[in-house]
Design a protein around this ligand. Sequence first.
Ligand code: HAM
Length: 421
Amino acid sequence: MKIQAINGFKDILPDNALLWQHIEQRARDIFQRFGMREIRVPIMEKTDLFVRSIGEATDVVEKEMYTFTEKSITMRPEATASIMRAFIEHGLHVQQPVLRLFTIGPMFRHERPQKGRQRQFHQLDAEIIGAQEPQVDAELIAMGQMLLDELNINTSLEINSLGCTVCRHPYRAKLVKYLEQHHDALCDDCKRRTHTNPLRVLDCKKSTCKALAKDAPSILDSLCENCNEHFSLVQQALQDLGISYTLNRFMVRGLDYYTQTTFEFLTSDLGAQAAVGAGGRYDGLIEQLGGPALPGIGFAMGIERIALLMEQKDDSNRLTQDIDCFIAALGQEASQPCAQLTHQLRLRGIKAAMDYSGRRLKAQMKQANRVHARFVLIVGEDELEQQKAVLRDMKTQEQHSFSLAGSISEQSERLMPLLCA
Ligand code: HAM
């Protein structure tokens, strides 16, 4: 019996990995333009960290975490909680009043796998800690938009405000009252959620709950003065930066730490998985985890979803990993000097490859094409004797004679300018 990968855990094969590298490089480049610095956090944490930050009554904590119960540790379902844990543990706020951090890596959630939804998936995650100003919310959203634009991905941006502890309480009471009035029409999950996590009812996918959600009170009508002003300034700042958005008065996020601004980058090209990226403010989280009372805002984007969208548009086909020089060693005699020459070229920074089989020229040229070789150096036994090889430019098909006189090191030195021209 062949052993296969676990359901929902996928290999990223070499052709696909090129696309992933491209996405990650673009993200790093843009994050750095915004002054973000990389942080790498462990993929396992104490379970309590996620329970306390994401919230006990969320789907993630209730149903989706990979937890080793006897050890009370969990494979991270997201990165924000871990970054805040690291931030507090290392007292990073002492270094700088505002810290901008990003991380890229795998997350784990036991969800039902489908297109764009996996159990091991990967996020590009960015967080700004220590800044309360609404302009920062807009700046972070603009960074996400810039990344999607540069990757040529079409999404629509929806934003909402979830208020703060001051306004959330009375709103919650209003919502519970409304849900209780319509108790019988709710699905079983939402009947339970009415009291454990009523905001989640607004996000239920069942048609009857969806219909009820439409007429439910919106948090936007219950915002306190401070949250209201913050949210209008966020919108003003988004307009100033030329970022288009729509208001989604009923957006709730699946994680409990959010306060005030929340946002999602949505696509209609991935079936049921509409969110390419999402995030928001989490002003009480750091304090709740035992750290200083500092605000924060961040987002995460799913790399699988970005990669799928790029593949669907054929935007991944242009990416190739090229070889600078393929050395076609014809016959056994040629193999040894060619191996030395290949090594010398690699020492000089050239992407070089060769075939040790001594196969005929035609087979080796096929191989050179397969690895996208820019040049091929053809070294046969006759050429070795006459100390002359042929250098073929694969783009122009031009051929030049190349002298094999002198030591291997001298030969590679002479070859360098021809390969780098
Ligand atoms: P999230 O909405 O749970 O937020 O996930 C963010 C993104 O991760 C989603 O929009 C989606 O692209 C991707 N994603 C989530 N689950 C899966 C899955 N099972 N398979 C494939 N992709 C998935 C967070 O995780 C927050 N930590 C974001 C954040 C950062 N908020 C503040 N800072």
